[in-house]
Write a protein that binds this ligand. Structure first.
Ligand code: C2E
Ligand code: MG
Ligand code: MG
Ligand code: MG
Length: 286
């Protein structure tokens, strides 16, 4: 009887594994078509300056319009990252952000810098500077319209090559920030050697801000660490007025989160940028 149960469990287990493998393969195949068929698009989430209260940047977030459904990156990015598909997708995202910046300039719109998320494999490929330089020159936009969000883990794997690539990217003139800061293998020793411009405090730390002084300890420390190193600091996943007030009081430079603005389709993002009223008000600054 125990044996039977064991066997049943084993069956469920292999069925589960098969199911996962099939799902993964199905997504991988569909995603490669999605790229060719133009089913990928970008949403733009504002980064709000705590001094002006206005939109001072944005992050491009990938979406997949699959039939009537809008699929989020959580469902497909890790699968894309397991193959060279992520290189094509990553290059498409960079190209699309440059194309969008060129359209905004043609329309005479004054739009902020846009950040692109970079996958580990895309960074490790060693030609990110070439991919970027090519997209910037093809669309005729300045490097200042682009920011890259990298993670600590991708830099620490091979620090010497990592630093060399960061230098080449900085030489191109783009802004660099470390995403999800504090969640990877943080190495404070390396932090000083990386020619980066800003740290993005991970949402998991922002979530704990209102859980008393211990809850905000890491956020407060990262803000002062960033400033001591001459770096900017952005908080991600800001949802509540209490979190906003705390981050402003601590001198965090920019806030990003559903509490300020969600990732938006391009037309809605343009409308929000055109609005005269600031997204943060003086009343929340005390
Ligand atoms: P990320 O770069 O850390 O982006 C932040 C994620 O948190 C986004 O999810 C965003 O929609 C979400 N978010 C922002 N504010 C809030 C908030 O206040 N509350 C909550 N609950 N969530 C918030 P999204 O768009 O689903 O993207 C997830 C991850 O997928 C990103 O994390 C990034 O690692 C990856 N990703 C997105 N677009 C790309 C891309 O073009 N290329 C690559 N390689 N990765 C991407
Ligand atoms: Mg990001
Ligand atoms: Mg992040
Ligand atoms: Mg994150």
């Amino acid at each position: 009887r125990a044996k039977e149960q064991g066997r049943n469990r084993y069956c469920f287990y292999t069925n589960d594994l098969n199911r996962q493998a099939v799902d993964k393969l199905e997504i991988e195949v569909a995603l490669s078509h999605a790229l060719k068929r133009g089913e990928l698009l970008l949403h733009y989430q504002p980064k709000v300056c705590t001094v002006s209260g206005r939109i001072a940047g944005a992050e491009a977030l990938l979406r997949w319009k699959r039939g009537g459904e809008l699929v989020l990156p959580g469902r497909f990015i890790s699968i894309a990252e397991q193959s060279s598909l992520i290189l094509d997708i990553g290059a498409w995202v960079i190209d699309e952000v440059c194309a969008q910046q060129a359209r905004w300039r043609d329309q005479g719109l004054d739009m902020p810098q846009v950040a692109v998320n970079v996958a580990a494999r895309q960074f490790a490929a060693g030609n990110l500077d070439a991919v970027l330089g090519d997209a910037l020159s093809r669309h005729g936009v300045p490097p200042s319209c682009l920011e890259l969000e990298l993670t600590e883990s991708m830099l620490i794997e091979r620090p010497a090559e990592g630093v060399a690539m960061l230098r080449r990217l900085k030489d191109l003139g783009v802004t660099l920030s470390l995403d999800d800061f504090g969640t990877g293998y943080s190495s404070l020793a390396y932090l000083r050697q990386f020619p980066i411009d800003a740290l993005k405090i991970d949402k998991s730390f922002v979530d704990h801000i209102e859980a008393g002084p211990d809850g905000s300890a890491i956020v407060d420390a990262v803000i002062s660490l960033a400033h001591r190193l001459g770096l900017g600091v952005v908080a991600e996943g800001v949802e509540t007025p209490g979190q906003q007030a705390h981050l402003i009081a601590q001198g965090c430079d920019m806030l990003q989160g559903f509490g300020l603005a969600r990732p938006l389709p391009v037309a809605e993002f343009e409308a929000l940028c055109a609005r005269a009223a600031p997204l943060l008000h003086a009343s929340s600054q005390n």
